[in-house]
Ligand binder design. Structure first.
Ligand SMILES: Nc1ncnc2c1ncn2[C@@H]1O[C@H](COP(=O)(O)OP(=O)(O)OP(=O)(O)O)[C@@H](O)[C@H]1O
Ligand SMILES: [Mg+2]
Length: 247
């Protein structure tokens, strides 16, 4: 299948929830799946209940003798492995933008991931950075959560232009609205808007779901993105993503 990056330059829009949800649906569907947590905050790592962190930190990851991809560890979920986050990922950008091949090593690792797993999902930190640019260049599909609000379409236009402007290797793009609350007229207007963009835009709307908000506290955190209202929306999004990867 391929590599999916959950990406948006803004914080708190649902990137990690989306990365974890897509990885969970891929694994539940029988695909060998790797979730790679590139955010030093480690939210995805905590949600999939990994049994340990990143051995040796960023130095080992970028400069160590072991291949980057060999840092993958088992999780509590069948078919789902994880490259966990580590606080030292804060310096990842410096490593990636250095002239000694940091970006090449990151991309090579993604390539190896593509061979070993059916699906690789990258959870990106919120930034416009060398790491984000490298991840976009390495991905087959960029999934972009957009929070339902007055700036959703313009945020989408900016991101679409950013991806379209990539010359070397351009991923597919799949944006969708999330944290939709139909009790809010602003959200209803947006969801019912007939002028919404169509190119690279999914019809899936992930509703605001209190189970997702609480998932970090749940004994089985992934349940909130596998079942229930948000879970059903994410199942559809995964089907759409899988269709794009199969192209
Ligand atoms: N569908 C949803 N319903 C309710 N809450 C949600 C939903 N999706 C995400 N959230 C909540 O919104 C917050 C931000 O989500 P998330 O951590 O996925 O965003 P992020 O873009 O990865 O953030 P960051 O930029 O900090 O990495 C979290 O508290 C999460 O639980
Ligand atoms: Mg996140």
């Amino acid at each position: 299948m391929g590599t999916i990056a959950s990406y948006h330059h803004k914080g708190g829009v649902g990137k990690t929830t989306t990365a974890v949800a897509l990885a969970a649906h891929a694994a539940a569907g029988g695909h060998r799946t790797l979730l790679w947590d590139l955010d030093p905050q480690g939210a995805a790592t905590r949600l999939v209940v990994a049994d340990r962190g990143l051995d040796g930190g960023i130095e080992a990851l970028i400069r160590g003798g072991r291949a980057l991809i060999d840092h993958a560890i088992a999780t509590a979920h069948d078919g789902l492995e994880l490259i966990p986050a580590d606080p030292s990922l804060r310096t990842l950008d410096r490593h990636v933008s250095a002239d000694d091949g940091g970006e090449d090593r990151l991309r090579a690792a993604v390539e190896v991931g593509r061979e070993r797993y059916d699906v690789v999902v990258l959870d990106c930190p919120p930034s416009v950075s060398a790491t984000a640019a490298a991840v976009l260049r390495a991905a087959d599909l960029v999934v972009v959560p957009l929070t339902a609000g007055p700036l959703a379409w313009s945020a989408y236009a900016d991101l679409y232009a950013e991806v379209e402007g990539m010359t070397e290797r351009r991923p597919e793009i799949l944006a969708f609205l999330t944290m939709v609350d139909r009790r809010k007229s602003l959200h209803r207007d947006l969801v019912d808007d007939e002028e919404e963009p169509s190119e690279g835009f999914s019809r899936v709307r992930v509703p605001t779901d209190s189970r997702v908000e609480r998932m970090a506290l749940d004994e089985h955190p992934l349940r909130a993105v596998l079942t229930g209202r948000a879970g059903h929306a994410y199942a559809e999004l995964w089907q759409e993503a899988a269709g794009l990867l199969a192209r």
